[in-house]
Design a protein around this ligand. Structure first.
Ligand code: ADP
Length: 454
């Protein structure tokens, strides 16, 4: 029963019925027909009012509510919903509006996610990106672009490309992309802080579905690394040619002089042949070093490890370098822990010790001191070579492991050095996953330290 009364239509019928009954009872009591007529009019007016109220409640109010919700949806507030009180057709309409709102809200969330993913991809791509419309206004720049060209997005977006990009080559690329409607590639350089960056720029036109030009996208690839490699390769070829040229010229010169008649004089002959022999040895050393370096630098260099007893290895090495130390009256001391055994490429370890000791002896004046220490730590083998030699200037320290780098070219050549020794050592240490470092003070001496994992 309570359910029936809670329905508005039933409440209205009961209301109207009560008003009619009350008026009926009153009209039996009242004889004046004007009053009766007046009462009937009032009653009819009240009934009309009640019916209109009912219609308003049932149809107009829910429709207004629905219209308000739709307004909110139009404004983009997809969380707006109609709280259901209506019945019948209006209720169905409200339901559908709620379903529509839910779908819109899901679409909006998906759209936001897609937008976020896209902007994450654009921002984290390793190439700089600029999007231009058909009039040349910048619509998008990514993080890589601003990191190279400076400023932030607000300094570019909404401006004409030639107002915010000063490089003439970029202007030409954009113009050609728009003019020829095809990809245009150009190389540019840009100074970032103090570093010069080499960039390859590609201008690509964008077309709409009717194949009309809509704008262009500029992509900037950072090719600094490749340029540096190319430069290094060129330097290397130039250095190798130069290093080969010196002994070959010398060998050829002395051989020609001998052929021109010097052959007759036994003293000159011996002298020249000694020079030719020395230069050939230098050539041989250089070629061996180059081959060793190229093997070590090859991708997938296979390290063949064997059991190394460092003490035995040092015992083999000392006689090789002893003569050079004695020739310069250099005191060579060795201080190693007992029985240092580990797994490594024994030839490589031997070369490390020989090269470090030979360098120490070469770059230490007569009566100096050279010392070799070796110890075993928890996870590595520590080899240290110190000398009381000429030392290395501070600015040269980071460069001494470069191929062919020599602080004093003439001095290095006189000692028979190729300028490749330390760079070979660095490679040997690196293929062992070890570390090599140097500390040095001019005219006081140097300390080279190597750590090889056990
Ligand atoms: P090099 O064949 O010229 O010795 P390295 O690659 O072995 O070539 O060494 C590179 C340069 O590092 C040397 O030319 C020299 O200038 C410097 N150097 C290496 N070891 C020492 C050292 N113990 N003391 C001083 N300078 C050194």
């Amino acid at each position: 029963m309570r359910v029936v009364f809670s329905r508005p239509l039933f409440a209205y019928i009961v209301g109207i019925f009560s008003v009619v009954v009350i008026t009926g009872i009153l009209s039996m009591q009242i004889t004046d027909e004007y009053i009766i007529l007046g009462a009937i009019l009032v009653v009819e007016f009240i009934i009309l009012l009640l019916i209109m109220l009912h219609l308003y409640d049932k149809y107009m109010k829910p429709i207004k509510k629905a219209a308000r919700t739709v307004d909110e949806l139009v404004k983009g507030n997809y969380s707006a919903r109609i709280h259901q009180t209506a019945q019948g057709n209006v209720a169905e309409l409200n339901n559908k509006i709620n379903i529509l709102a839910r779908n819109l809200s899901e679409f909006a969330i998906q759209e936001q996610m897609r937008e976020k993913q896209l902007s994450t991809v654009i921002d984290n791509t390793q190439s700089g990106l600029v999007l231009l419309d058909e009039k040349g206004y910048v619509h998008l720049v990514n993080r890589k672009f601003t990191s190279v060209f400076g400023g932030d997005q607000h300094d570019y977006i909404g401006f004409l490309y030639y107002e915010v990009l000063s490089n003439e080559k970029i202007h030409e690329t954009v113009q050609q992309t728009f003019l020829y409607e095809k990809n245009v590639t150009e190389s540019i350089t840009q100074v970032v802080e103090v570093d010069k960056k080499y960039l390859e720029m590609v201008g690509a036109p964008i077309f709409d579905e009717r194949n009309m030009l809509k704008g262009a996208v500029l992509v900037f690839y950072d090719i600094t690394h490749l340029k540096k490699l190319e430069l290094m390769r060129k330097d290397f070829v130039a250095n190798v040619s130069h290093e080969l040229k010196t002994p070959i010229t010398s060998i050829k010169g002395f051989a020609e002089t001998l052929l021109d008649g010097a052959l007759e004089d036994p003293d000159t002959l011996r002298n020249f042949l000694t020079i030719i022999n020395d230069e050939s040895s230098r050539l041989q050393g250089l070629i061996e070093d180059l081959l060793r370096l190229s093997r070590l630098e090859k991708d997938g260099y296979k390290l063949v490890k064997n059991n190394v007893n460092l003490n035995t290895l040092i015992d083999e090495v000392i006689p090789i370098v002893n003569q050079a130390a004695e020739d310069k009256s250099i005191t060579l001391s060795v201080d190693t822990a007992d029985n240092i055994a580990f797994r490594a490429e024994s030839e490589g370890v031997k070369q490390i010790i020989i090269n470090l000791l030979m360098n120490a002896i070469s770059y230490t004046p007569e009566h100096g001191e050279v010392a070799l220490y070796a110890e075993e730590t928890d996870d590595s083998i520590h080899i240290k070579v110190t000398d009381t030699g000429i030392g290395i200037p501070e600015d040269a320290i980071p460069r001494i492991f470069e191929r062919f780098y020599r602080v004093d070219k003439a001095r290095s050549r006189n000692t028979g050095g190729t300028g490749l020794g330390l760079s070979i050592l660095k490679h040997i240490v690196e293929v062992h996953d070890g570390k090599i470092s140097v500390e040095s003070e001019l005219n006081k001496g140097s300390t080279f330290q190597v750590y090889l994992p056990k």
